[in-house]
Ligand binder design. Structure first.
Ligand SMILES: [Zn+2]
Ligand SMILES: [Zn+2]
Length: 138
């Protein structure tokens, strides 16, 4: 009799543990809305510009993350002094993350104009950061 009781207790405990684990899993899945966001963020396209031949192309954030994980997590920024991404056009490691101006279509590297927002267009001075800043000020 005693052995049977022990067995039942063990089964009950095991089932309880499984149920608990199940709820924890379900919970982490349902609150994992952030997972969807990171997926969408990963598909966001970024502009990459070649400082040598001015070739421009787009990478998704995922592609950039992949490249960075292969290159000691160095962000390919023109102001950081890090080596850039290899250019598919001229073959030089001179491609860095950049912007395309939504106003005049100019491609440019961030942080080129001193005293201005990092994303200021050198041609028409449009800056998305400035626009967002204005919205908050109003
Ligand atoms: Zn190039
Ligand atoms: Zn512009």
């Amino acid at each position: 009799m005693e052995d049977n009781t022990k067995k039942i207790v063990m089964i009950v405990v095991t089932v309880a543990c499984l149920l608990l684990a199940g709820t924890v899993l379900l919970r982490s899945c349902s609150t994992g809305g952030a997972g969807i966001d990171t997926e969408q963020l990963g598909k966001q396209k970024l502009w990459i510009l070649c400082a040598n031949c001015h070739h421009t192309f787009q990478w998704t954030k995922n592609e950039l993350n992949e490249w960075m994980s292969e290159h000691d997590d160095m962000f390919p920024s023109v102001t950081s002094g890090n080596p850039g991404i290899k250019c598919p056009e001229c073959g030089k490691q001179a491609c860095f993350f950049g912007y395309k101006c939504p106003e005049c279509g100019t491609f440019y590297f961030p942080g080129q104009i001193k005293g201005e927002y990092r994303d200021t267009c050198p041609k028409c001075r449009y800056s998305k950061m400035k626009e967002i800043g204005k919205k908050y000020q109003d």
